[in-house]
Design a protein around this ligand. Structure first.
Ligand code: AMP
Length: 422
């Protein structure tokens, strides 16, 4: 087929990230970001990757998502990659919450838009912006398939035992309270790429995926299907993150209300924006935390706070590795991905240290080495592989989008198993 390009859009409340990919080889033709939409100082940064040209940056008011997308289209046109090109096969949209209903990437029509809208109460921060992005792109190219790829989709295979909270069933169902999980596009991509690294089919391996970025989540993947994940109703549950607390006793909230006199919104902000690493030590960047620890001297309070934050982060991570080992029964690989997982060797080392009885170990030399691609960091002949696999959510969204609109599976980049579902 001639139309071999997919535009991937990730629309936030005041930003749009985009990548244009050529699905014949998965190469990036262009990428960019529009920030501060609706302000006087909106900024568009565009990188014409295929042309190898310099990145271009413009600042000035961009009123809304419609204006943002039109500005992106203009930049793409300057590189001969305009959205009116017959080579554009589809636009793939990241949608954060697909509820129980969307188990796979879905071509958008009015009914799909209505359903994404119906999910706003469970994803008030994300789904409205995602919807705006889809509506705007649809208005710009009404003839083109728009595909929604859901962050929750990969986790819809979780059994009820993992997906339900132990609260009154009727109350939970009335308010659609259950564990949905997020980062699914990344967990899907990384678990499949891990199988490929091991030279095995995804359905033949059990993998624990540790997606450690500013947001962080773990998942247990049995034979290519997610059976448990650490994020829940919202991305707040689970691991210690850059600014989110992860697991806390829910009674902390009652205590802060009754004794601390805090409002629901204040507690929401506390747990989502002022907790995690930043709440523990003032920094949410693992590089800075490691620098404070490594450069600190005995009795240095700043270093001690950074060390405590690191230790709490690692303690929680190890608990999830152990829990998911038990959930899976047998594990073929533990894999690290995202900003921290791909780059922070001390995190990987500490997370796995002392777990030889579980067949888990990290080779110090391999762990310290760097590479752009997937690699093993466990010692030769280890019973369970430990790996670093860079995530690529945009490629996964593009692949799923392209597969759905009829792109030849053999042409799809970065996949060899023909599985389109997240
Ligand atoms: P992400 O959300 O996947 O983009 O990850 C962002 C986070 O990755 C940052 O907040 C840092 O904590 C972490 N990070 C990025 N680069 C490095 C690095 N070289 N070493 C340690 N941590 C890093």
């Amino acid at each position: 087929m001639t139309a071999s390009r997919v535009l991937v859009l990730n629309s936030g409340s005041s930003s749009v990230k985009y990548q244009l990919l050529d699905m014949r080889d998965g190469s990036r033709l262009a990428a960019g970001l529009v920030e501060r939409i609706g302000e006087e100082t909106s900024r568009l940064k565009h990188s014409p990757l295929a042309a190898g040209g310099e990145s271009r940056e413009t600042t000035g008011p961009i009123a809304d998502h419609d204006a943002a997308l039109k500005a992106v289209a203009r930049e793409l046109s300057r590189d001969g990659l305009g959205l009116d090109s017959p080579e554009l096969a589809a636009i793939g949209h990241r949608v954060v919450h697909g509820g129980k209903r969307f188990t796979e990437p879905t071509v958008v029509d009015d009914a799909v838009l209505a359903e994404i809208e119906r999910l706003i109460p469970v994803a008030p921060l994300h789904n409205p912006a995602n919807l705006t992005g889809i509506r705007t792109a649809r208005a710009l190219r009404p003839d083109l398939p728009q595909v929604a790829v859901f962050d929750t989709a990969f986790h819809t295979t979780m059994p009820e035992a993992a997906a339900r909270y132990a609260i009154d069933v009727e109350t939970a169902d009335r308010h659609r309270i259950r564990r949905y999980g997020f980062h699914g596009t990344s967990h899907a991509y990384v678990s499949r790429e891990t199988a490929r690294l091991l030279g095995r089919a995804p359905q033949d391996v059990n993998v624990i995926v540790l997606h450690l970025g500013n947001g962080a989540s773990a998942s247990a993947v049995r034979g290519g299907r997610c059976v448990d994940t650490s994020m829940g109703l919202t991305p707040l549950e689970g691991l210690v993150m850059g600014t989110r607390s992860g697991d806390v006793d829910p009674a902390v909230i009652f205590h802060l209300t009754r004794v601390g006199g805090m409002s629901t919104d204040e507690i929401d902000t506390l747990l989502n924006k002022k907790s995690g690493l930043v709440g523990l030590c003032g920094d949410n960047d693992m590089r800075e935390i490691r620098r404070r620890i490594d450069e600190g001297v005995e009795g240095d309070e700043d270093a001690a706070r950074a060390k405590l934050a690191f230790d709490i982060y690692i303690h929680r991570l190890r608990k999830y590795i152990g829990a998911y080992y038990a959930v899976l029964g047998t594990v073929d690989a533990v894999v690290f991905t995202a900003g921290v997982g791909e780059n922070a060797a001390p995190v990987r080392e500490s997370a796995i240290a002392g777990l030889e009885a579980l067949g888990l170990a990290v080779d110090p030399g391999l762990n310290a080495a760097r590479s752009a691609g997937p690699r093993l960091i466990s010692p030769e002949g280890a019973r369970v592989a430990v790996a670093v696999v860079p995530t690529d959510e945009e490629l996964e969204i593009a692949n799923q989008t392209y597969a759905l609109v009829g792109g030849d599976a053999a042409e799809r980049a970065g996949q060899d198993d023909g599985e389109g579902a997240a």
